[in-house]
Design a protein around this ligand. Structure first.
Ligand SMILES: [Zn+2]
Length: 342
């Protein structure tokens, strides 16, 4: 067999093996068997030194042709195999994003206190009230004195206060926000002031040293107790339902004159009398009144020109009544078994 025939045979054989090669390893073995140190093409090239010039030229030319043809075929095949390997890897790693999860995560819920707060807020905002806020750490002056409770006033004892120092307290109610509003917002206005308030109290089923209040405050000209009753009646029905009836009962708060408490017909018995309403058919829901003129004067407003109406409602109280929760501690302790029910 001539050298040229051998070259042709190497070419044909290599191309055939190339076509049937299934992996990059196989391809590499093939490359070594042709181009390697002991490869069949290398062996032929090594004999060229002993050839006469004419033959060497012919063999050299042919060997080069075979070499180039095989090299480009090898590269081509390599590309194909690489792509196939990558495709196989993708198949293996394919994720079905529509498959249902293997673990179920516990879903969160809105806390009943937050639900109640939002209901109250939305009802009042729907009636034209805007939100207004103040700090939990408050000046004694804003918490008491300017609200018509000077330092020696006996009614200060009604609220057991956490004092930070002589002049600074943890606010005992949201009413100091009234002072801040009177000093910074131009009347007329309708504001709600939600927030935590603090009293020195032992924790039991109906007491907590921290609780959440929402203060309502309306300042306008010519307001009457009728406006207050109408506003609160609309508000209570928005939260508890249209069938609920309300009544105002005279009461005493140092910041309002006259002062009243609002009762609503018992949501459990509908007014017939039961254990919850202690047989009266009525349940106390909030405190309210016409703001004492001294408070307006203290903040630079003329009480002959302006009237202010105020009411305060406990979010925990409303939540207790709405959901039939008999122990206030449940509302603040975040026991998941309790919260899951809402
Ligand atoms: Zn009842």
């Amino acid at each position: 067999m001539s050298v040229l025939d051998s070259l042709e045979e190497i070419r044909e054989q290599a191309l055939a093996e190339l076509k049937s090669s299934k992996s990059l390893e196989e391809l590499d073995q093939l490359r070594v068997s042709v181009f390697g140190k002991n490869g069949n093409l290398t062996s032929i090239l090594r004999t060229m030194g002993k050839m006469d010039p004419q033959e060497r030229a012919a063999v050299g030319k042919e060997a080069n042709r075979v070499k180039q043809a095989l090299e480009s075929a090898l590269n081509e095949r390599k590309e194909i195999l690489l792509r196939a390997a990558q495709q196989a890897k993708f198949e293996l790693e394919r994720v079905d994003v529509t498959a249902p999860g293997r673990h179920t995560l516990p879903t969160g819920r809105i806390h009943p206190m937050t639900q109640t707060y939002r209901e109250i807020r939305d009802a009042l905002v729907g009636m034209g009230f805007s939100l207004f806020g103040g700090p939990e750490i408050e000046l004694d002056e804003n918490n008491f004195t300017l609200l018509n409770l000077p330092p020696d006033h006996p009614a200060r004892d009604m609220q057991d206060t956490f004092y930070i120092n002589e002049n600074v307290v943890l606010r005992t109610h949201t009413s100091p926000c009234e002072i801040r509003a009177l000093k910074s917002v131009k009347p007329p206005f309708r504001l709600i002031m939600p927030g935590r308030v603090f009293r020195v109290d032992e924790v039991d089923a109906s007491h907590s040293p921290v609780f959440m209040q929402i203060e309502g405050f309306i300042v306008d000209k010519g307001l009457t107790l009728g406006d207050l009753k109408g506003t609160l009646d609309t508000f209570v029905r928005a939260v508890f339902g249209d069938e609920v009836r309300t009544r105002l009962r005279p009461s005493y708060f140092p910041f309002t004159e006259p002062s009243a408490e609002m009762d609503m017909s018992c949501t459990i018995c509908g007014g017939k009398g039961c254990r919850v309403c202690k047989g009266t058919g009525w349940i106390e829901i909030l405190g309210c009144g016409i703001t004492n003129p001294h408070e307006l004067e203290n903040c630079g407003l003329d009480p002959k020109e302006w009237t202010a109406l105020a009411f305060g409602v406990g979010v925990d109280r409303v939540a207790s009544l709405k959901y039939g929760i008999s122990d206030i501690r449940l509302e603040y302790e975040n026991d998941a078994r309790f919260l899951r029910q809402f």
